[in-house]
Design a protein around this ligand. Structure first.
Ligand code: GLN
Length: 487
């Protein structure tokens, strides 16, 4: 038996559970011990659901006894980003305004995981309402990068990513509006997938920017990523934007060669200010993809890319300003008892929301207001269409596009907190993909000075199979994913 349970993948755990070399209760207990040991340093968890996890583990063990071939997720611990509703378990969105919010229902993804026999061990720290790139915007505490505790794990799903990299959970769910799964996956040297918009139900995902948000997996390897996507994807009548397209078996795309695939490298993603070690790692990674049989074109251009950041920071705050109007102290969470109704609502929002959330609400309200709507919001939507069209044209020629996940390696805690623009730049390579509704995956592709570097693969809508194939072939031919944070 592999004794190093903290490095176990879902598929390895499944093998041990099925062959009765390990029980889910043993596995879950070992993870709870590990959380108690390292989480005081990493701070990835907002809630540890020990009782729930042990109860689910017991049930999973019974299921594993009865069923010959259960779901590979059965009995395996998972951590959930605290923006996804879990029935009876506090769901704070990293905000004071939802400090005591306990949902009375499960998100669709949670229902699906429970039906597979998954073991939920906790809720992960995050930037407040998923607004941020470092997890420093959490109203509770920042999470630290297991590769270097003085650095950020990325964000906003930083708790999810750090916990996977620190061996505190086998895998995690995150949400991605502009990069929040892929960027922290890159910063923590794990695999993170943002599915096509509509591939995974958003029912029960607390809304940030509804036309951009998607839930996706953060895992130790590409095989696990395919297994989790199998478990959470699919149409849901409760999410009108989910797409009624059949879910393939994603593990079938895990083929270790890339013969016949055409990959493009868009030059606009090698942005000014990109660190040399990131650019070098990308060059080496692309050569590897070529060795594996892919045909590479280095001369691809998506000219509207430089506008993506501006478009995102109009559209996302506009949608957020509308979505966050519901936190008025009447229906959920924190409620300030003021002199009048208006005073109560104002103070609830004044004390309940943090600075970044307020900044976004102000930006969004401004962009949507009469007189500015045409100049900002409408213009942004038009450029959004141009960005999508350029991708469509590129996918006539290429099966996938390859870019760095972020322009830099993980930065130091505090380095960007006073400079929102610098912080926003951390997602330049990931947010165009949300703007166009495409799928994107980040996987380990090197190190610079001992710090993780991620590679992003982008595909046309519903081409997750192609992304997983490219990612799997690269992973099998390299050793990056085998390096573990020393914590
Ligand atoms: N960092 C980006 C933002 O702050 C993206 C966040 C996300 O994907 N949730 O909006």
């Amino acid at each position: 038996m592999k004794t190093n349970l903290k490095e176990l993948t879902i598929h390895e755990a499944h093998r041990l559970l099925k062959s009765k070399q390990l029980t889910s209760v043993e596995l879950t207990e070992s993870y709870l011990d590990r959380i108690a040991l390292v989480d005081p340093k990493v701070k990835a968890f907002l809630t540890v659901t020990s009782d729930l996890a042990l109860e689910q583990a017991k049930q999973a063990d019974e299921r594993l006894l009865q069923l010959k071939d259960g779901s590979p997720l059965c009995g395996v611990p998972i951590l959930i980003k605290d923006v996804i509703c879990t029935k009876g378990v506090k769901t704070t969105c990293g905000s004071k305004i939802l400090e005591n919010f306990v949902p009375i229902y499960d998100a669709t993804v949670i229902e699906k995981l429970k039906a597979s026999g998954a073991v939920i061990i906790g809720k992960a720290n995050m930037d407040e309402f998923a607004m941020g790139s470092s997890t420093e915007n959490s109203a509770y505490f920042p999470t630290r990068n297991p590769w270097d505790l003085n650095r950020v794990p990325g964000g906003s799903s930083g708790g999810s990513a750090a916990a996977v990299a620190a061996g505190e959970t086998v895998y995690a769910l995150g949400s991605d509006t502009g990069g929040s799964i892929r960027q922290p996956a890159g910063f923590c040297s794990i695999v993170g997938l943002k599915p096509t918009y509509g591939r995974v139900s958003r029912y029960g995902l607390v809304a940030f920017a509804s036309s951009l948000d998607q839930i996706g997996p953060l895992t130790r390897d590409v095989t696990d990523c395919a297994l989790v996507l199998n478990g959470i994807a699919g149409y849901d009548k409760r999410d009108s934007t989910s797409v009624p397209q059949p879910v393939p078996d994603y593990t079938k795309s895990l083929i270790p060669d890339l013969k016949g695939l055409k990959l493009g490298i868009p030059k606009e993603y090698f942005v000014e200010g990109m660190q040399t070690e990131v650019a070098l790692a990308m060059k080496a990674a692309v050569s590897k993809l070529e060795e594996l049989g892919a045909q590479i074109d280095w001369d691809v251009s998506l000219p509207s890319t430089p506008y993506a950041l501006a478009v995102y920071y109009i559209i996302a705050p506009s949608e957020a300003s509308a979505n966050l109007a519901r936190y008025d102290g009447v229906k959920y969470g924190f409620s300030f008892n003021g002199e009048t109704m208006w005073d109560s609502m104002e103070k609830t929002r004044q004390f309940g929301f943090g600075a970044e959330v307020k900044r976004r609400i102000m930006l969004g309200t401004y962009a949507l207001s009469a007189g500015y709507y045409d100049a900002y919001y409408l213009k942004a939507q038009k450029v959004r269409t141009l960005i999508r069209r350029e991708f469509d044209a590129a996918f006539q020629k290429y099966d996938a596009l390859v870019t760095p996940t972020s322009p830099t390696v993980p930065f130091k805690l505090g380095a960007n907190v006073d400079d929102p623009l610098q912080m926003y730049l951390s997602d330049v390579c990931t947010l165009p993909i949300n703007i166009a509704g495409l799928p994107g995956i980040s996987l380990p592709a090197g190190f610079g000075d001992g710090l993780p570097i991620g590679m992003q693969i982008i595909g046309k809508p519903f081409s997750e199979e192609t992304l997983l194939r490219v990612a799997y072939a690269y992973e099998q031919a390299t050793e990056w994913h085998k390096r573990k944070a020393n914590i």
